[in-house]
Design a protein around this ligand. Structure first.
Ligand code: FAD
Ligand code: PHB
Length: 392
C-alpha cells in the first residue's frame, strides 16, 4: 500500500465520495479512508431527497446513471392541518424542475462503484485516529485497518475531512482558530422507516396539536415517517401500535384517506441540532459536509450541502495541485458559507411552520396558522418556498 498521496479523504459518505470521484476524473491522486465496511456504508439509510442542483451536479460529472434509472422525480408537496390539506406545486413554481427521490445509500453505492471502476484507492474498515501537521504543507493521517495491530500513516499535501458530524477532523482546528455556531432546536423527532408502500404521491407535512407528522417517500416498498416528540424521548416509548395510531391521528384529513401500515424497519430518536463551524479550513485541512456543518433533516438539505461543498473543494484542490493556484482553496469557506446559512435559515423557517409550539394553542400557534395561510394563498411566498425547497 502506498504511503504518500496528494489528497487524503477521511470518510466515504456523499461528501468524501463525490470529492474522490471528481479528483480521480481530474487526474489528481487521492486515497479515501472509511472506518466502516463497504456493506455497512451501502446499507445505511439516511437522506432520500436530492435537490435539482445536486442532480445537475451529479449528471455534469457522469455520476447520475443510477439516479436517472431508479429515482422518482417530485415537484409537489402537501401540507395538512385540522383535517384540511393543500398542495404546493413547487417544481412548476420554480420553473419546471424537480426533486429526485433517491435513497442516500444508493447514491453512496453508485459513487463507490464509479470510484473503484476508475481505479480509485478506497480503504474500508480503516479508522482514522489522528492527523498531524495540518498547519503545514505536509500533513499526515494515521489510521488503523481492522484486523491489524499496527497503525499506518499516510502523508499528503491536502486532507479533506469528510468524516461526518462526529468525526475526528473538525477537532484538529484549534479552538482559537474557529467559531462554532450551534443551536439546539426545541423539538424532538422520532424517525421511522417501514416496509410499507407510500400512502401518498408526494411528501406530507402535517401540523397537529400533538405535534408534527411527516410522511416522506423512499421506494415503492419502503416509506419514511417522522413524528415530533419530546426532545430525548427514547424509542422504547414508541411501540409499533403507538407509532401507527399517532401517524393516523396527526395525518388525518376530512376525506377518505388511510395510511398503509407495514413492518417497522428502524425507529430512532433524532437530536434536532444545527451547527456551523467557521472557517471550514485550517492549514492543509479542508472540512466538507456534516464534518463542517450539521442541519436537521427538515427541508432535506444535509446531503445536498455535502455534495455542493465537495464539488467546490474538488475544483479548488485541482487548481492548486495542478496549476499551483491557491486562490480558490483560500476562498473555500467564504465561497460555501452563504449557501450553508441560507439552507439553515430555510430549514429553521420550515421547522417553525410545521412543529406544534410549546404554548399549545397560544400566540405562537396563531402566528403559525397565519404563516401557513400565507403560504397557501400568497403566490410570491409560494414561489420563494419553491425555489428554496427544490434547490433551483
Ligand atoms: P456522512 O454521510 O456522515 O459520512 C461520513 C463518513 O465518514 C461515514 O461513512 C463515517 O463512517 C466516516 N467516518 C467517520 N469518522 C471516521 C474516522 N475516524 N475514520 C474514517 N472514517 C470515518 N439530507 C438530505 O439532503 N436530504 C434528506 O432527505 C435527509 N434526510 C435525513 C434523514 C435522517 C434521518 C438523517 C439522520 C439525515 C438526513 N439527511 C438528509 C442528512 C444527510 O444524511 C447528511 O447530511 C449526509 O450524510 C452528510 O454527508 P457527509 O458525507 O458529510 O457525512
Ligand atoms: C425525507 O425524505 O426524509 C425528507 C424530505 C423532506 C423533508 C425532510 C425529510 O423536509
Amino acid at each position: 500500500l502506498r504511503e504518500d498521496t496528494a489528497v487524503v479523504i477521511v470518510g466515504a459518505g456523499p461528501a468524501g465520495l463525490l470529492l474522490a470521484n471528481r479528483l480521480i476524473q481530474e487526474g489528481v491522486d487521492c486515497v479515501v479512508l472509511e472506518r466502516h465496511t463497504r456493506a455497512a456504508v451501502e446499507a445505511r439509510a439516511r437522506a432520500g431527497v436530492l435537490e435539482h442542483r445536486s442532480a445537475e451536479l451529479l449528471a455534469r460529472h457522469g455520476l447520475a446513471d443510477g439516479m436517472h434509472a431508479a429515482a422518482a422525480k417530485h415537484g409537489t408537496c402537501e401540507f395538512r392541518r385540522d383535517g384540511t390539506r393543500f398542495t404546493v406545486p413547487y417544481g412548476e413554481l420554480a420553473g419546471g424542475v424537480a426533486h429526485w427521490v433517491y435513497p442516500q445509500q444508493f447514491l453512496v453505492r453508485d459513487l463507490i462503484a464509479s470510484f473503484l471502476e476508475a481505479g480509485g484507492d478506497l480503504r474500508f474498515a480503516a479508522e482514522v485516529g489522528e492527523l498531524a501537521e495540518v498547519a503545514t504543507e505536509r500533513p499526515s493521517v494515521t489510521y488503523r485497518q481492522a484486523g491489524e495491530d499496527r497503525q499506518r500513516t499516510l502523508r499528503a499535501r491536502l486532507v479533506a475531512g469528510c468524516d461526518g458530524p462526529k468525526g475526528v477532523c473538525a477537532r484538529q482546528v484549534p479552538a482559537g482558530a474557529r467559531r462554532v455556531y450551534e443551536r439546539q432546536h426545541e423539538w424532538g423527532w422520532l424517525t421511522v422507516l417501514a416496509a410499507a408502500p407510500p400512502s401518498t404521491e408526494h411528501p406530507i407535512y402535517a401540523l397537529h396539536r400533538r405535534g408534527f407528522a411527516g410522511h416522506m417517500l423512499r421506494t415503492a416498498t419502503v416509506s419514511r415517517y417522522y413524528l415530533q416528540c419530546v426532545p430525548g424521548d427514547p424509542p422504547e416509548n414508541w411501540p409499533a401500535e403507538r407509532i401507527w395510531s399517532e401517524l393516523d391521528a396527526r395525518l388525518a384529513v376530512d376525506e377518505p384517506w388511510s395510511l398503509t401500515r407495514g413492518e417497522l424497519l428502524e425507529t430512532r430518536t433524532l437530536e434536532m441540532r444545527s451547527v456551523v463551524s467557521v472557517p471550514m479550513q485550517h492549514g492543509s485541512l479542508y472540512l466538507a459536509g456534516d464534518a463542517a456543518h450539521v442541519i436537521t433533516p427538515v427541508g432535506a438539505k444535509g446531503a445536498n450541502l455535502a455534495l455542493a461543498d465537495a464539488d467546490v473543494l474538488a475544483t479548488a484542490m485541482t487548481r492548486y495541485l495542478r496549476d499551483g493556484d491557491r486562490a480558490a482553496l483560500d476562498a473555500y469557506s467564504d465561497t460555501r458559507l452563504p449557501a450553508i446559512w441560507r439552507a439553515q435559515a430555510f430549514s429553521r423557517w420550515l421547522m417553525e411552520l410545521v412543529h406544534a409550539p410549546a404554548d399549545g394553542d397560544g400566540f405562537a400557534a396563531q402566528l403559525q396558522r397565519a404563516r401557513m395561510d400565507e403560504l397557501r394563498t400568497n403566490p410570491s411566498l409560494a414561489a420563494w418556498f419553491a425555489g428554496q425547497y427544490v434547490g433551483a
